[in-house]
Design a protein around this ligand. Structure first.
Ligand SMILES: Cc1cc2nc3c(=O)[nH]c(=O)nc-3n(C[C@H](O)[C@H](O)[C@H](O)COP(=O)(O)OP(=O)(O)OC[C@H]3O[C@@H](n4cnc5c(N)ncnc54)[C@H](O)[C@@H]3O)c2cc1C
Length: 337
């Protein structure tokens, strides 16, 4: 078992922040995972599981063991007239799987193109973008139970998916390692182009909505709007979009007629956190190497030498000023470590 010591995670987190972990181990099979967890029952180190590192903020060195999931494989399990069931290793790159689905003419995740990270992390916060959420295609999630050292499975319903939330962020926190995810994709195409700027981009491309054109449009939009973590460290949206009561929304609308909000199922309103942050004056702000992106106020960035603490402190200031201006609490989407 090759455990690395005093390992720098700079190249393994999309904020490109330098922080060391006492121990580091990569596993690519259940057997290797079982061995490291069993070994850890002896050395008793705190453990964190790492996927693509695109939704974490490392605020200090980690005094414990970080294990990186590299379980691979995309395997078709069954096929019916309308659906195909596919089992995907948790360490597969998410965008590669989306690309695979489009190449194989299967619909359901094309609007989620170019979201960085691993397949195994997608159920945790129920990733979503451009009118699609991953929960709508997940059939089952296999996980390794750290207590019993056995592999178990949850159905979609048991995952308790919500907006950027699931059982894995709550009841199961720190008790599981996702090993593979089973997806059910559709042969009939969703052609879901009504969200965000997709239709506009399709017009520019002179293309009709289709599986392939929507995939292409989403990639184009994301490349224009979001900074590439390889060039400018970031973890996408730093905060979740807050949900408030319609009554409060209507009141805010009197003072801010342009406030951006979308009704959700129970009548509450989901507010665009980026709009709140921009209106509170933070867009393009910098403090040393930490900053708020020039084009997208929801994205905090590392201009080079920022530490996790620099980014975290900036996020606290933003949170406080949004609370003061709008009386709305915004909470991080990113996992603070
Ligand atoms: C430029 C950019 C754009 C983004 N856009 C979006 C977007 O549109 N929509 C969206 O929802 N998200 C978005 N994100 C956030 C991020 O890409 C997703 O949350 C992604 O699913 C994180 O995957 P990861 O493998 O990198 O997770 P990591 O950052 O490695 O881990 C995230 C959390 O999950 C845990 N974890 C990871 N893998 C496992 C596992 N196998 N078992 C148990 N726990 C695990 C980690 O311990 C950590 O707590 C964006 C990020 C960036 C950098």
């Amino acid at each position: 078992m090759e455990i690395q010591k005093n390992f720098d995670l700079k190249n393994l987190n999309s904020f490109n922040i330098s922080a060391k972990t006492k121990y580091f181990y990569r596993f690519s099979s259940i057997k290797e995972l079982q061995n490291i967890i069993e070994y850890n029952k002896i050395i008793k180190e705190k453990t964190i599981i790492l996927g693509g590192g695109s939704n974490i903020l490392l605020t200090k060195d980690f005094d414990g063991l970080i294990i990186k999931n590299e379980i691979k494989g995309i395997n078709i399990k069954s096929e019916s007239l309308r659906h195909v069931t596919i089992e995907v290793g948790a360490g597969e790159n998410w965008h590669n799987f989306v690309k695979w689905s489009v190449t194989n003419n299967l619909s359901g995740i094309e609007n989620l193109a170019l979201i960085p990270g691993s397949v195994g992390a997608t159920p945790i916060q129920n990733i979503g973008a451009y009118g699609m959420e991953v929960k709508n295609t997940i059939k089952k999630v296999y996980y390794f139970d750290i207590e019993t050292l056995t592999e178990k499975v949850l159905t979609n319903k048991e995952c308790d998916f919500k907006y950027r939330d699931s059982i894995f962020k709550n009841k199961f926190k720190n008790k599981f390692i996702i090993t593979k995810v089973v997806f059910c994709l559709n042969k009939e195409h969703a052609n879901n182009s009504n969200y965000g700027a997709i239709n506009e981009e399709l017009n520019k491309l002179k293309m009709e909505p289709s599986l392939k054109s929507i995939f292409k449009a989403v990639i184009n939009i994301r490349n224009q709007k979001l900074p590439d973590p390889k060039k400018l460290g970031n973890s996408g949206s730093f905060f979740k979009n807050p949900i408030i009561e319609n009554k409060k929304f209507q009141k805010l609308k009197q003072s801010y007629p342009n406030i951006v909000g979308y009704p959700i199922k129970n009548g509450d309103i989901k507010i665009a956190a980026g709009w709140l942050i921009e209106k509170a004056g933070w867009k393009g702000y910098t403090e040393g190497s930490a900053g708020v992106h020039k084009k997208q106020a929801l994205v905090l960035v590392n201009y080079g030498e920022a530490t996790g603490k620099d980014i975290l402190n900036l996020s606290f200031k933003i949170k406080d000023s949004v609370k003061e201006k709008f009386d709305i609490e915004i909470t991080p989407e990113v996992n603070i470590i």
